[in-house]
Design a protein around this ligand. Structure first.
Ligand SMILES: *Cc1c(COP(=O)(O)O)cnc(C)c1O
Length: 402
């Protein structure tokens, strides 16, 4: 790539971008450069009208009849079916329910059940905090039998002993954007006789995934980041079909029952991933999530990924060229294949820089102690946004030295 020397060069890159039109599927406020879609995706253009209709025409007019007449009962399955191709799964392998944290709990417990006799959950220190908390909480509940082994990334292979039932990892590190080799780690876990549980919160919708082809056992992911489902959107859970006959959820909710409306006193799990559902599905939130997932429809994961890599490469190159004396360090891997869709920079005054960028309309994140985190959602971030963000960063960081 020839590095742009002026804003017009960046605009030219946008002119050549074959998926530039996707931006029209979102409502983005004027004057804002939004580099935080990895924390909360923006509002899809279709969502306000859809929610308005669900509220007035469906809930308001149809009341209880909506469950059948408006297909509310099928909605979560339909959204699961729309998420499936984004992660390389079959529809019956995906359930949309609850939060990522809760789905982690369910699948950690279910994963232990898939490897009876093995009592260790292996994970790494850099995992997202909720992943660690959920594992420790589950182990405490199960008593002395189960333990959580937390190691540094470099020690994972060695720690993968024959006591490990579940290897639980976050695919893309929320701090640095570093991405695991999902296929290799999965194969390593299998060679050691363990099942693998991937947290895809920072990958689904931005990084192409082939869970079936990669022989992944279990996975969870987030609805409100790159899937644009809105604040607190339902999350998803994936269970490979080879585990469907044996997988047990620790939470026997009636919505995970094979026939909830028989109101039977005896529990019988539903087919496939659907057994991971617990309570009544949140219809308003699911309608918003469906719009979010549809905002990525019709574009291949490879296209999205190619643009995401181009955006992050441009950002890194411009920061290196234009912010050389600002005291910023690159905290993400240099090699694009080892990065998710974000770039993190380090600076001792990261929090102040992020606040000052925000005041200038550039929305990024601060992650303690010293990281500035920039997310590049390929569906709506433009090359010109990258240019403008680096120009703002240069002005702000120059004033923050020392
Ligand atoms: C955002 C995120 C979560 C969020 O979990 P919630 O239960 O939705 O709050 C979990 N794991 C990772 C890696 C995340 O980035």
């Amino acid at each position: 790539m020839n590095l742009p020397t002026c804003r017009e060069d960046a605009l030219e890159l946008d002119g050549l971008d074959e998926i530039a039109h996707l931006r029209d599927r979102f409502i983005l406020p004027e004057g804002i450069i939004y580099l935080d879609g990895n924390s909360l995706g923006p509002l899809p253009a279709a969502t306000p009208e859809r929610l308005g209709r669900v509220i007035s025409e469906e809930w308001g007019a149809d009341l209880i009849r909506g469950w059948e007449g408006r297909g509310w009962m099928e909605l979560s399955g339909r959204v699961a079916g729309a998420i499936a191709p984004l992660i390389g799964a079959r529809p019956e392998e995906v359930a949309v329910a609850d939060s990522t944290s809760l789905n982690l709990f369910k699948l950690l417990a279910a994963g232990l059940g898939l490897r009876p006799g093995r009592r260790v959950i292996l994970t790494e220190r850099e995992s997202f905090p909720t992943d660690l908390y959920m594992a420790h909480g589950l182990a405490e509940m199960l008593g002395t039998e189960v333990s959580v082994r937390v190691v540094d990334r470099g020690e994972l292979s060695e720690a993968l002993t024959d006591e490990v039932a579940v290897l639980s990892l976050t695919h893309v590190d929320f701090r640095t954007g570093e991405m695991h080799d999902l296929e290799a780690r999965t194969a390593e876990a299998h060679a050691a006789g363990a099942v693998v549980l991937w947290d895809l919160a920072h990958s689904a919708g931005a990084v192409p995934l082939a869970l079936d082809a990669s022989a992944v056992d279990l996975a969870v992911g987030c609805g409100y980041k790159y899937l644009n489902g809105g604040p607190g959107a339902p999350a998803f859970a994936f269970v490979a079909s080879c585990h469907h006959s044996r997988l047990r959820s620790p939470l026997w909710g009636w919505m995970g029952h094979a026939r909830p409306f028989d109101f039977s006193t005896a529990y019988a799990p539903a087919e496939g991933a659907r057994r991971l559902m617990v309570g009544t599905p949140p219809i308003l939130a699911l309608a918003a999530l469906e719009c979010g997932v549809e905002s990525l429809a019709g574009v291949s994961g490879e296209r999205l990924r190619a643009k995401s890599v181009a955006l992050t490469e441009l950002f890194i190159a411009l920061v290196e060229r234009d912010c050389a004396e600002c005291g910023l360090g690159l905290a993400s891997p240099v090699q694009p294949s080892r990065r998710g869709s974000q770039v993190s920079l380090s600076h001792p005054r990261a929090a102040a820089i992020v606040a000052e960028l925000m005041a200038r309309g550039v929305v990024a994140d601060h992650r303690p102690p010293d990281l500035l985190r920039f997310g590049f959602a390929p569906a709506y971030v433009r090359f010109a946004d990258v240019w403008d963000a680096v120009a703002a960063l240069r002005k702000v960081a120059r004033g923050m030295r020392g």
